[in-house]
Every structure is written in C-alpha cells, then in structure tokens.
Design a protein around this ligand. Structure first.
Ligand code: NDP
Ligand code: OAA
Length: 437
C-alpha cells in the first residue's frame, strides 16, 4: 500500500489545520474516493492510504475566489468527468441543501430521505451541506461517510462545516434543525436566549451568502421564535421564505382524528395547527374534514374534540419522550419531508397544510410580526398563500388569543436578537414545548 504525504499547502490541509471556525467546509464528493485523510490529521500533514491499483487523484489546489463555493477538493478528485455524465441524463439543475444539527437524531433520518430522491424527485440531483459544530465534527464525518457508502446516484456532493457563512453559500433550502435541548432546571427564557443566538447568527449568514430565494424551515425549538429571529436577521431574504415546522403537529392531529373516526388517515384533510409549536398550539377540528365532511359531523363527541383531542396533540411529543426516552426523530423527519413537498407540489384542490409563517398581512386578525402556524396552500413553486375561507368561532378565537399571547411574550424575550431593543421577559406562565411534560 502506497502512502502519500501531502504538503500542508493544499486547500484541504489549510482547512484541517486552521481554526475550525474560520475555514471549515470539507467536501465529500463522488468525484473522488481515491484518497481520504485521517480525521486525526487536523493539525498535521494529511496521511492518505492509496491502494496500488487505485487511480491517484489529481491535486487541484483551490483558487482564491472559489473558496466559498466548494467544488472538488484536490485529493478527493477522480479522473473521470462527472459533469459530462450528468449531461447524458435528463436531470434538473443541481440544488444546494443546507442542514444544521446534521449529526443529530432528526437529521440521521432526514439526510437519507433527501439523498434517496424521495423528497425532491428522481430527476433532481442535490448537494448536501451539513452544518455542525466543533463538538460534533467527528460525528459529521461519520454521517458523510454513511452517505457516501449509500451510493445514492442523485447525491452529487456532501460538504461538512461549522461556519454557517461557508455552509450556507448559495443554498436554495436551509433546514435548520440544530438547537440546544432544554435541560433540567433550565428556564424557557434561557432556552430562548441560547437558541435565539444560534438562529440570529444563522439568519445573518443566510442573508450574506444564501440564494436570495432560499426557503428556510426552522425545526430547532422553540421553532416559531427561532424562525422569527432568523428572518429578522436576514432582511434581504423575503420574510415569507421562513417557516417554523408545525407539520409534525398536523400529522399527529390527523392520526388522532382518524383513530377516533375509525377511518384511515388519508381520509382526514384540512387540518390546521394554529399558533406556537408548544402546548398552547391549537389543533383546529372546526375546519378539518373527514371524507370531505366537517369533522364535527363525523365525530359528535364535542367534549372529546375540545379537550382530549386537543391535549393529546399538544402533548404528544412529551408522551413519546416518556416511552422512547428521546424526542420524536423519525416522525419529525417525515414531517419535514411533508413540509418541503407541500411547497414544491401543488396543494390538492380544496385542501391545505399547516406551517409556521410570518403573520404580516394575515386575514385572521392575528398580531403582525410574529411567526404563527396557519393554513397555507401552494402552487408548487416553493411559495405559499394563506387560506382565506376558514371559520373562526368563539372557542377557536379564545385559543388563538392564548397561543398568540405566548408568541408575543416570547418575542419580547428576544428583542435583543431581533434588533428591537432591550429584551423584557414576562412569559405568562412557563409554557412547554410539546416534548416537555
Ligand atoms: N418543530 C418540531 O416539530 C420538532 C422540533 N424538534 C427540535 O429539533 C431539534 C433537534 O432535535 P434532535 O435532532 O432530536 O436533537 P439532537 O440532540 O439529536 O441533535 C441536536 C443537534 O443540535 C445541535 N446543537 C446546537 N447547539 C447546541 C448546544 N448549545 N448544545 C447541544 N447541542 C446543540 C447539536 O449539533 P451540533 O453540535 O452539530 O451543533 C446536535 O446534534 C431540537 O431543538 C428539538 O427540540 C424536535 C422534534 C419536533
Ligand atoms: O420538545 C421537543 O424537543 C420535541 C418536540 O418538539 C415535539 O415532539 O413536538
């Protein structure tokens, strides 16, 4: 076995030996495979093993100006021309997808769905840009290796890094999953502040380097207020492009309604989750339908709808944690896929989907300038419109007010992160994430 000792002047070495926070994106690409540096070699020369009959990759030092657009990094190149191969296929133009918290549980499910083609389609090649941290860097390398070993034809590039300014370069989708979990004894205000800082930085980075039409889905909790912070820090990107994930809640609500009505869940439609992804969220049974009929005509047990159903959905995450010992990861990744597909495929006629979106201009009388889950429809072009023809009765209105009040209080807590002055944290009560009990 031959051993190549590469000079530290190569880009890859520069990346590995520098402070991870400043030069931190590594490309794993199907264009290479010939050589792999040991991850232990971060502060040293890269030592790579090459089997005698393997093709030695050409060394292509990255030139200035292309630093932020990762392409085939020297030792990872192989000699065949992948671009020419792509021209023989009827594929769409490659899209760049950033995923933060990429070494976490949700990502561990999601990344493989993205890479398989089940999300963006069998003719859509993708580049995955994985954002982690110093603490997760080795794990990120492991994730990248597993992606490589899966041999997904549509997955053309994988890069990993810890600087959002590098990882978010030119991304068309940003799936922001990474966030600190709320630990025992931690106040919600502290969680808002710690995670808010992460999303303020990521918003700034998106504003600086992402595609101007990037679609952002915030998953990391508390996701509504994190999404608000993110969009406030990205003034050059339309606020409408930011979403907080409430699709998991919608899916949970559909499941409960189907169970109660004794139908399969594809018969349940028009389910809105209103408000915050927290225990004040409002699963709307008034406008929901089963087999095309109002839920209230199919399920006559109003007490169940108002109390049991509502609480079940609000607290589903916590019950799951009690059983599983960790929060929903597989079903969350499924719901992220659903959320993306809802934006890139036309919404079935008469139906809608829930997403936490910016409230400015909403037709429901909900306070402006927060991120609130509401019913949306899409033409399939990545954009959405709010659904106008929904009924809001007194019961629903009262609940909307409660979840709205919570989001307004959360917003006051993070004023220092949204550019609106000093924070003042007067959360009405220490409300819970769905996963907390
Ligand atoms: N909206 C929704 O419907 C749902 C949201 N969630 C939320 O999604 C998020 C991710 O969940 P999951 O993947 O299961 O979590 P994991 O704990 O498995 O992963 C979370 C990732 O967050 C990153 N992170 C960022 N900052 C910190 C920090 N200060 N301390 C510790 N970790 C940090 C870590 O990655 P790194 O070190 O690379 O930064 C870690 O890998 C959580 O906030 C969770 O509450 C979960 C379920 C549903
Ligand atoms: O609280 C959590 O981390 C989990 C969560 O959001 C959910 O299950 O809906």
């Amino acid at each position: 076995m031959a051993v190549a000792q590469l000079s530290p002047s190569y880009t890859e070495t520069r990346f590995l030996s520098s402070q991870l926070s400043s030069a931190s994106t590594r490309l794993y690409s199907r264009r290479r495979q010939a050589l792999r540096p040991s991850s232990k070699a971060r502060n040293a020369k890269i030592v790579c093993s090459v089997a005698p009959n393997e093709v030695q990759a050409p060394i292509t030092p990255q030139t200035k100006g292309t630093r932020n657009k990762p392409d085939c990094f020297g030792v990872f190149c192989v000699t065949y021309d992948l671009k020419a191969e792509e021209e023989t296929k009827s594929w769409k133009k490659l899209i760049n997808i950033a995923v933060s918290g990429a070494a976490g549980m949700i990502s561990n499910h999601l990344l493989f769905k993205l890479a398989s083609g089940e999300v963006f389609g069998p003719d859509q090649p993708i580049a995955l840009k994985l954002l982690g941290s110093e603490r997760s860097f080795q794990a990120l390398e492991g994730v990248a290796m597993e992606l490589e070993d899966s041999l997904y034809p549509l997955l053309r590039e994988v890069s990993i890094g810890i600087s959002p300014y590098e990882v978010f370069q030119d991304v068309e989708w940003a799936l922001l999953i990474g966030a600190k979990p709320r630990g025992p004894g931690m106040e919600r205000a502290d969680l808002l502040d710690i995670n808010g800082q992460i999303f303020a930085e990521q918003g700034k980075a998106l504003n600086a380097v992402a595609s101007r039409n990037v679609k952002v889905i915030v998953v990391g909790n508390p996701c509504n207020t994190n999404a608000l912070i993110c969009l406030k820090n990205a003034p050059d990107i339309p606020a409408k492009n930011f979403h907080a994930l409430t699709r998991l809640d919608e899916n949970r609500a559909k499941c409960q309604l189907a169970l109660k009505a004794g139908v399969f869940y594809d018969k349940v439609s028009n389910v809105t989750i209103w408000g915050n992804h927290s225990t004040t969220q409002v699963p709307d049974f008034l406008n929901a339908r089963i087999n095309g009929l109002p839920v209230t005509e199919v399920i006559k047990d109003t007490a169940w709808l108002e109390k049991e159903f509502t609480e079940k959905v609000q607290k589903r995450g916590g019950v799951l944690i009690q059983k599983w010992g960790r929060s929903s990861a597989a079903s969350t990744s499924v719901s992220i896929v659903d959320a993306i597909k809802s934006l890139i495929t036309p919404t079935p006629k008469g139906d809608w989907f829930s997403s936490g979106v910016y409230t400015n201009g909403n037709p429901y009388g909900i306070a402006e300038d927060i991120v609130f889950s509401m019913p949306c429809r899409s033409d399939g072009n990545g954009d959405y419109e709010l659904v106008k023809d929904v009924i809001i009765d007194d019961f629903l209105r009262e609940r909307l007010k409660k979840t709205e009040a919570e989001l307004l209080a959360e917003k006051r807590c993070v004023a220092h992160l949204t550019g609106e002055g000093n924070a003042y944290c007067d959360l009405p009560e220490d409300t819970m994430l769905p996963g907390e009990m």
